[in-house]
Design a protein around this ligand. Structure first.
Ligand code: BDR
Ligand code: CA
Length: 310
């Protein structure tokens, strides 16, 4: 199995990403680090602990990372994820405690101690990952790949061309994309196809386990928010697509392309400028997801929730 660390800001879709990372036998979840994004750091950390406890993985170490972007102030996504960051289900359950180290330090240790190179899966703003690469450049050769949910080859969701994770910390995304490490970008252009339809939500609920019910309730809340804020008929579950990409690359089609993060644009700060048509002549720095096998994706996710629920 492939060793991974998940860096996240749960977050409804981050919660499903964690469930998938815990459950799938092809991955070995070494640890979870949290970042401020969908909600403040204390809340995303608490939420990660809750989801791991619910998934029967309370032994997986969790450490809180950065509480704000590298530059500027944090703007949380309370309209989408609620006051707790995981509004909807009853998540009152005993959890473990976060490790007594900074998230970036936990990442460094897990990567250094791993026998095999580690894949980093980032489903929040890239603050922790950027800080890791800046503070501990010696770990770079031990990182197999960075797979992140963020950006888009087309529309945004926070600004017309900006996606939330990148807009929240554009400088961090810029550092990661210019690091020279193998990178996979899972943007809105594919995640907007991973929709939690009514059938999917009913199937989750029908599993009959507490985890299945919680997932269904998370998706029901998420559906309401996406409908209210974006007018979507069904909510896109962005983050587990990044985990699925590591489990089974065949779930996605990717194209190697140059990706730049707009840092100064007046209307476009945080936009990912993806050169799919070789107009810049630059060397590709990311494998950019351009297509998703939606059914294969949902099969993976449903199997994960079923496995952990039994
Ligand atoms: C991303 O933003 C967050 O709200 C989600 O958890 C996801 O990581 C989608 O733009
Ligand atoms: Ca997220």
């Amino acid at each position: 199995s492939r060793p991974v660390v998940v860096d996240c800001d749960p977050g409804h879709d981050d919660a499903l990403a964690l469930v998938l990372a815990v459950a799938d036998p092809r991955l070995r979840l070494l640890g979870v680090t949290t970042v401020a994004g969908n909600q403040t750091l204390d809340k995303t950390t608490r939420n990660a602990l809750k989801i791991l406890a619910l998934a029967g993985a309370a032994e997986v170490p969790v450490a809180a990372g950065c509480d704000r972007p590298l530059v500027g102030e944090l703007t949380v996504a309370e309209d989408i994820h609620g006051v707790s960051g995981l509004d909807g289900p009853d998540l009152d359950l005993p959890t473990g405690e976060p490790a007594d180290v900074h998230g970036v330090e936990l990442m460094r240790r897990l990567i250094t101690e791993s026998v095999e190179p580690v894949t980093l899966i980032a489903t929040g703003p890239l603050t922790n990952v950027a800080l890791l690469l800046r503070r501990h450049p010696e770990v770079a050769p031990l990182v197999r790949r960075i797979v992140f949910m963020g950006g888009s080859t087309e529309r945004g969701n926070t600004t017309p061309y900006g996606e939330f994770n990148i807009v929240t910390d554009p400088e961090a995304a810029d550092i990661v994309l210019r690091s020279g490490l193998p990178t996979t970008m899972i943007g809105l252009n594919v995640t907007h196809r991973a929709l939690a339809t009514d059938e999917i939500i009913a199937e989750l609920r029908g599993l009959g386990s507490r985890l299945g019910t919680v997932c269904a309730e998370l998706m029901t809340f998420f559906a309401g928010a996406y409908h209210r804020v974006f007018g979507f008929a069904h909510p896109p579950v962005h983050d587990p697509v990044a985990v699925a990409a590591v489990i089974d690359p065949a779930v996605l089609r990717t194209v190697a392309a140059p990706v730049a993060v707009e840092l100064t644009g007046r209307h476009t700060r945080g936009a990912t400028v993806v050169d799919l048509h070789d107009s810049t002549g630059r060397t590709p720095n990311a494998d950019v997801a351009v297509d998703l096998d939606v059914e294969a994706f949902w099969r993976l996710l449903m199997a994960a929730v079923r496995t952990l629920g039994s």
